[in-house]
Write a protein that binds this ligand. Sequence first.
Ligand code: ADP
Ligand code: MG
Length: 609
Amino acid sequence: MADIIQLLPDAIANQIAAGEVIQRPASVVKELMENSIDAGATEIRLILKDAGKTLIHVIDNGSGMTDTDLRMSFERHATSKIRKAADLFEIKTKGFRGEALASIAAIAHVDVATKIAGQDLGSHIVIKGSEVRKQEPCQAHTGTSFAVKHLFFNVPARRKFLKSDPVELKHIIEEFQRLALAHSDVFFNLYHNDTELYHLPVANVRQRIIALFGKSLNEELVPVSESTDILSLSGYVSKPSYTKKRKGEQYIFVNNRFIRSAYLNHAIRAAYDEMIAKDSHPLYVLYLVIDPGAIDINVHPTKTEIKFEDERLIYNYIRVSIKHALGQYQVAPSIDFEVDYNFGSRDRPSTGRSDDYDTAGNSGQAKVGGGGYVRQKVDSWEQIYEGLRKDAGGGTEQTPLTLESEIDTTTPNNPYVSSREKKEPYQIHSSYIVSHIKSGYMLIDQQAAHERILYETYLEAIRESSPVIQKELFPNTITLDPKKASLLSSILAEVNNMGFEVSEFGANTFIIYGTPAGLSQIHQSSDLLEQLIDQYASNLELKIGINENIAQSFAVTAGIKRGKKLDTQEMHALIDELFACAVPYKSPTGHKCFVTYDMDDIRRQFVDK
Ligand code: ADP
Ligand code: MG
């Protein structure tokens, strides 16, 4: 029998390889942009037509290529990035397999112009389906302009398999965002069908995150920064109060390479512990830097997977570092997060921000800005003492504010160690509760806190339909205008699940037989219901679910307000219930429930500058 084995022609071999490397337009974008980064570009522009199906064009200001290198770059296994096997264990570039360009050229029309610095002329090449159509000198800027047209023109099955433009564009944007996050020191922009979707000036990581995902994130970011001799972790995680129901922005970069790792994701999630609900997901953008010898990135052709020499160590390191970062934020949430972390914001007096307390609808309330307010109102230390004593509501045994009780008694080398044990909370201006904590003290906004407590209570009641109803002695009727009436009847089931007992009587009238238990008696049931509907109607613009809206509306309507005096028992109950909440940090409408003051910060304010 004759020999039948032959080597595959290059074009076919490349097409087969392309199947592995290039799945969709986004894969081309990734490979081209990574090459630009590897070429040292500081500006990378991405231009797309029809979600990359018609055109993917990457223009960089990197090193460029000589004409020989340009021709060579399309050969399979042609790379400038590794020369010997040992290099494989020291990979510092994005690419190294030398198969991307060969693959892309096998399944598209490719048009490249490139020039290295110091040359007058550049080089231009046109390749269609692995076939070089022309190569000639050309005018060009230093760097590379790489256009890929008609992707999969010769692989109809692949082309058919592509999803709609919005879906393919989404994949591209994901790749783009990853690269942009990994390289905030590089300028990027992205045009799709002549519209600029992203314009990202050179920035620090925080600014880059905000430029990509929105300004509102700024306040939600907690910096992470830990390092040891062998590895370091930096970046940002979201505060526990900011989570998403669906996995949103979650990025881990290992040596600036985006990777997927359920294992590391688990480590990050574990750092939040009980701080966030089970089915919610924090945001994170984290950079792990580790000796390239300790990892293997060569396990997957598209290189988003990675193997660590010691996985457990990395897991624990990440978990502990983030826990630490979150802990610091919790201890000192009043750090001005708008200020870039590198400025050493901890040195700033962080207790003077009156806007921390400026919650909507209470402009008439006294604002308490750190200790400043009290200091202005009284002349001497004794008066502060007296005033607070009165405010303590019922003269408890422990003096609410004494010098030594303000000092952290848990620090062993603290000169002011006090024998006093438990410190009762007390209320100031009938609005805020002062409570001692280990590291200093905490101010709780009673209104925001109570709204949070009620919100979680009612949300659970609605979801579980397990209301606790308080029957009215005499059923109340309420007649609403037609708009409100139809709104109420549309959510009647949920309202009843929450603890109301309301039925429709016809002609826009409803009968109220019962209200949710546990509310103070000051509310007239019909007022309560009408306010709930008003609040619900105005919340409709917020894109939240019906249940969330009803629970939130009712929490705001029925919650205790600032200005209400609370006794010690009520304060204890409020504090306990607040910290039993899944998300104690913010009211359902997004106001802070408490602010903590760190003894270190307080002491610092008394140090002469
Ligand atoms: P790899 O990136 O794995 O080396 P590629 O097929 O992606 O393989 O690229 C082949 C070679 O072409 C690279 O090693 C590099 O030398 C060169 N190259 C590709 N794109 C660029 C670019 N934008 N600027 C400069 N050189 C480039
Ligand atoms: Mg490459």
